[in-house]
Design a protein. Structure first.
Length: 574
């Protein structure tokens, strides 16, 4: 691991603190960020910039912008000799906003259209407060917001990267091209609102307002379409079924989006999204389905009265209200928090892991379906499941959970593999670790236990979603231009080498099923399922009009299944 340039620093008004590698949160173009309890310290890569641009004064000016949705700095960070090198601010909990653009994550955490409306209203309130403080956000892209998803409470935004704002005599030049107002010279409150509109529209619908297929424009020509006002409100736009219907947007705000993106108007969004006004019916044009090929067979496996939140490889579903049901028998495994639950098959039954004021475990007997709570005393931050293995994440790293039978069922801790506690984000079966700007995959690996694989292809990007299976990992990451990239890593048996496929994608969604024998299935376009074998490079595209992008893919044992609404179906080739 690289050595820290400034292992000891002074926090204005707080005194000297030590920065350790284990405190590292993330490294980007401007610098590195470290967490010290309830504080976050940002050290600029170009430390001379603080003095050259007089940023010490700017930090103190920004510290006066106090609002519960804005993560404003507390003060300046200096070296022991007094050289200003950064700033510090309170630690803000929350998920990167792009995760809530995706249908799969929204279903997992129970994020509804009503939640989206509340979050967007609060994002509007925060930006309005910024403008009232005579500041301009400038680069209000989706990575500069966190969504604080409070249990039992409505979601709240957190505006971060505040030091990039324009305020006082300090202007700003950097903006992600995907949110730039190409029709306005410079940066103003109205260009801020245009950028805010781009981000919040994706929160409602799951798609950038200048994406989708439109005749006359190449895929990925975002700048061209933005300059031409060729938005998703164009009459001949073709959108995938995974795009949420525009009817989920409050009418007054929907009309504001149309005016901004399609008509070229520039204005402040409405104060009250539900205000009276002309509300045209929402309309989303879908991609045309391909002719029926008759090569796929569908079988309904399960139906419930509640929407499906998760499907586990062991054949158990979790509903949005927390019901756990085994699909094959229809028997209940009790209830658990659907936002955190993991279920695995163990000897004689099932292991249910979820979060309730800390980690908790239960064993469900496979014959009687009697559920019993297990003693599990450990300080941890979350569970992580890889295939049918359960792990718990602690300050030491990733620890496997083991179950033994000694007359009664006992849960304990197995081997531990190190991972940076703050610099590692955990996804579906894999962790992505930022080690002072160098990225690694933290991946359970069969009999080898767990491996750390250096993946330089992810350096400089912001990972947003990841999914792992046997010797395979897929990652979606966002670059500084606002482009989403999809990576597929296929490993050899020793995990020392991998082959890589890489391409651009419209969304952060990873709609993919990874089979235990190394076969994967994914849906990225309506009317087509792609079946591929990462280890051999074999790819087969299966055309069928019933295949749609709103089918959320999972697996049960070695079968591909999908959830849609309150139903689970299997799909196989005839």
């Amino acid at each position: 691991m690289a050595k820290l340039k400034h292992p000891k620093v002074l926090l204005e008004g707080r005194g000297e603190v030590a920065l350790r590698e284990n405190d590292h949160l993330a490294t980007g173009g401007e610098g590195s960020v470290f967490r010290l309890g309830d504080l976050v310290v940002k050290i600029y890569a170009d430390t001379g910039r603080m003095k050259a641009e007089g940023l010490t004064e700017k930090v103190r000016l920004l510290a006066r912008v106090k609002h519960p949705y804005i993560v404003a700095p507390h003060g300046v960070v200096s070296t022991p000799s007094g050289e200003p090198v950064g700033l510090y601010y309170p630690f803000a909990q929350g998920e990167p906003l792009p995760r809530l653009f995706t249908n799969d994550y929204r279903a997992q955490v129970g994020f509804t259209d009503a939640h989206a409306t509340t979050l967007v209203e609060r994002m509007r309130e925060a930006q309005q407060f910024v403008h009232g403080a005579n500041a301009v956000v400038v680069d209000g892209n989706e990575l500069n917001y966190l969504a604080h998803l409070q249990k039992q409470k409505s979601p709240e935004p957190r505006m971060i990267d505040v030091d990039s704002w324009a305020i006082g005599r300090w202007g700003a030049k950097v903006i992600m091209p995907s949110i730039r107002d190409w029709h306005t010279k410079g940066f103003t409150p109205l260009s801020d609102w245009f950028s805010w509109g781009i981000v919040t529209f994706q929160l409602f619908t799951g798609i950038h307002p200048y994406k989708g297929r439109l005749q006359g424009f190449e895929f990925g020509d975002l700048e061209g379409r933005m300059k031409a006002n060729a938005s998703v409100f164009s009459p001949k736009i073709a959108l995938a079924r995974a795009v949420r219907d525009f009817g989920c947007i409050p009418p007054a705000l929907r009309e504001w989006y149309r005016a901004e993106f399609h008509d070229g108007a520039r204005s402040v969004p409405p104060d009250q999204f539900h205000a009276a006004g002309i509300a045209h019916a929402a309309r989303t044009v879908r991609a045309v389905a391909v002719p029926h090929s008759g090569v796929l067979v569908y079988e309904k496996l399960f139906a419930h009265t509640d929407a499906i939140a998760r499907v586990f490889p062991c054949g158990v579903v979790a509903t949005a209200k927390g019901d756990l049901v085994e699909i094959a028998s229809g028997r209940s495994l009790g209830q658990a928090d659907p936002t955190s639950v993991e279920v695995t098959r163990v000897e004689y039954g099932f292991l249910v892991a979820d979060w309730h004021q800390g980690p908790r475990l239960a064993f469900v007997d496979a014959t009687s379906y009697q559920r019993s709570d297990l003693s599990f005393q450990v300080t941890a931050s979350r569970f992580m499941r890889h295939e049918n293995r359960l792990f718990v994440v602690t300050d030491r790293g990733l620890t496997e959970v083991v179950v033994k039978h000694f007359g009664k069922v006992v849960a304990g801790l197995g081997n531990t593999w190190g991972a940076l506690p703050y610099g590692t984000r955990w996804y579906d079966g894999v962790g992505v670790q930022d080690t002072l700007g160098a990225f690694y995959l933290v991946l359970p690996a069969g009999d080898m236990g767990c491996v750390h694989v250096r993946t330089p292809e992810l350096d400089g990007l912001t990972p947003l979603a990841a999914k792992a299976g046997e010797r395979f990992v897929a990652v979606v990451a966002l670059d500084h231009m606002g482009v989403y990239h999809k990576f597929e890593f296929a490993f050899d048996k020793t995990y020392t080498n991998y082959s890589l496929w890489r391409g651009e994608t419209d969304v952060a969604e990873l709609n993919m099923s990874v089979m235990p024998r190394g076969v994967c299935a994914t849906i990225t376009e309506d009317g087509e399922m792609v079946v591929f074998v990462p280890s051999t490079g074999v790819v087969k595209k299966v055309k069928d009009p019933h295949i749609t992008t709103d089918m959320r893919l999972y697996r049960i044992d070695d079968r591909v299944v999908f959830a849609r609404g309150a139903e689970v179906w299997s799909v196989r080739m005839s």
